[in-house]
Design a protein around this ligand. Sequence first.
Ligand code: FE2
Length: 323
Amino acid sequence: MIVLGIESTAHTFSASILDDSDILSLESDMFTTIKGGLIPRDVAEHHINVCGRIIQAALEKANKKITDVELISFSQSPGIGTCLEIGALCAKALSQIHNIPIVGVNHCIAHLEIARLLTGFSDPVMLYTSGANTQVIAYQEGRYRVFGETLDMGVGNFLDQFGRLLKLGFPAGKKIEELAKKGSKYIELPYSVKGMDVSFGGLFTNLSRMFEKYKVEDLCFSVEETVFAELVEVTERALAHCMKNELVVTGGVGCNARLQEMCNIMCKDRLASFKPLPAKFAVDNAAMIAWAGILKYNVQKKSDSDLTINQRTRTEQVEVTWR
Ligand code: FE2
């Protein structure tokens, strides 16, 4: 089955063509700034400007025409409202014009499903670390459930805000990672794990009061060591609690080599398997939306009746019919 996936939950507009589990093409364009952060209206404008070109490029790279597409899948939740609307609009317009079945999928669950497809893990715990989302998710009793998460901002948003203090532009994660490699002195920072959850707001307030006193490389090093240790701690407890022995790390922050190294060390200690994802499938991408759409459509065999976007749908609210 030839499927067009469309992703637009946040900074990235992406389109992908899959032939069942074969990823034929993946085209993305990410909103960036030199200075300052992500303003929803500006990101939506970006998506409007690139959507047609990206969908066309995905079709051309896959050597397909829109009339070859047998299913359209789009990210329906959760995300930034204005951004979700644009992906939904593209998907609905193409579906109506060409009479193609259409389904909406949950972005967080799509991350987990593409992780299963690409790692070969059957039942992993997923540490999902992106701008807006920081969650430890695993499948239990018929649903994907969140076993730990941030109580305030996502770790990616935290890193971007920290990057803004340092005037690094958006996104800041890669630049912080490069600076952290040159740091060596650990600066004592607040470590905030509450039960199975983490929080970064207090750490950010602390940093904003004292960041000028320290070498930027040591600050980046210390921030990474602190927040990644928090994430790995709650992830380890989720693995133990769920009695699972596979871990994937995904999301933009999941591409960070130090976070991957810490996950790997933790998994080795408890005889679990760890696999990171290739960067282009760890960040927001439409291949995962297409794949999650195939899984859903193969069971229900018809278009979704409700195609309304939802900014806040929780992972565990989604009915998982395909497992
Ligand atoms: Fe994401």
